[in-house]
Design a protein around this ligand. Sequence first.
Ligand code: NDP
Length: 480
Amino acid sequence: MDLILNLMDGVSMPAVSNAWIDVYEPATGAVLARLPDSDERDVELAYLAADRALAGWKAMGREGRSNVLLRLAQLIEDDLEAFAQLESKDNGKPLALARKVDIPRAVANFRFFATAILHFPSEAHVMDDVAVNWTDRQPIGVVGCISPWNLPLYLFTWKIAPALAAGNCVVAKPSEVTPCTAHRLSTLCARAGMPSGVLNIVHGLGPKVGAAITAHPGIPAISFTGGTRTGAEIARVAAPMFKKLSLELGGKNPVLVFDDCDMEEALSTTVRSSFTNQGQICLCGSRILVHERIYARFRDAFVSRVEQLRVGDPTSPDSDLGAVVSRDHMEKVLSYIDLARTEGGKVLCGGTRVQLEGALSGGWYIAPTVIEGLGPQCRTNQEEIFGPVVTLQSFTSDEEAIALANSTPYGLAAVIWTTDLKRSHRVARAINAGIVWVNCWMVRDLRTPFGGMKQSGVGREGGVDALRFFTEAKNICIKL
Ligand code: NDP
């Protein structure tokens, strides 16, 4: 069994409490590793180490920091297979997905921000013959990064890479459910030339470690990705301390399928946008809205493709879906399927736990599930399920499609399927979501602003937005 350790001031160590928490392998339900049950004492030690490291990290300059992050990216890439296997084991996701998406994206996050910082501009505003203003952007100091379990290393590095590139030192908390790849990353930092204390990783429970980071008076900025309820709790604690907050929260993303769409592309991509990573991506489409003229044709073809998806051993190349992340999460998702039935929904396929055999018999698998017959206001269509479950609804006009798309408290992402250029512009602009894809899904350019509206979050990550978040802007006005 693996032992996960905190990274404190460049040293791997257990929690002050010396208490441990079990980490489970979703594919089998067996204990995979143990992680430190850290608390506010560990957060304080991490903070002190980060604070001590600040001046040296800043003094390395953009190029020095960039080189460290590029070396770290290379070390992860050299170790890609081991990282991918660990991510799949810890999270339950297909190994092929970890190899193709999760780990390459973690590498890309470091490379992207290592180079973006070299091109991060300061603005100047000249007042004719009066004065010149220039914007100085300094690192904030010690920042907190808290990440979820669905894309563990991918989202962990999406936060720490810009924070570090900008010259901050970090106290980071990965999800307690999936800590393994963050731990492996911690073993590479010194080899990449990162000075001790620049990145500190404190493992443990959200209400202990996450809450201590949020409440720490020396940590003035928090970048958080996770559920909306946790985001609200973080905002409640951080707001009176006037902390800078970036909150990437839940979603209930609509997929709008118009009757002029390319049906083949819409079908195949909607299968992916519904069930990739067992539906546990904040950007997955969970409400599929289809024009009534093509509703029956789309539904039948969609359900028949979903029925062909194979749920199985995450290490097998034949598995389209692996296990969901935990027993608790499986029970939550199954309870939503029961709720959908109670609300009058018809389960067209899936709807049950999948019981595999042998070593996998204790694993947490759910059949990809499609439900129809529910109105937009029922809980199934309003609340985030975050599993392999989608609903189908029909619409008769663009206006109705837009109204349905906007009918939840969330506003993270949306997908539009149409070949009408004017419609794609009009509908995309009318949807209240931070990210709209037209005739594609999950095409990501790391320079673009990333984030949600309404209860899907506050602030934007990515590109210049992330570097601005992790720096403090100061206007310096000089009389001419
Ligand atoms: P949670 O909100 O449960 O947890 C996210 C992180 O916050 C974890 O590290 C967790 O710790 C920690 N945490 C829990 N309680 C507190 C607290 N009181 N103070 C500070 N930190 C705390 O989310 P999940 O891990 O369940 O992730 C799934 C959610 O993430 C979904 O809602 C999904 O939509 C959202 N998400 C949003 C994305 C976006 O970009 N908008 C992207 C990906 C996911 P621990 O779990 O270790 O106890």
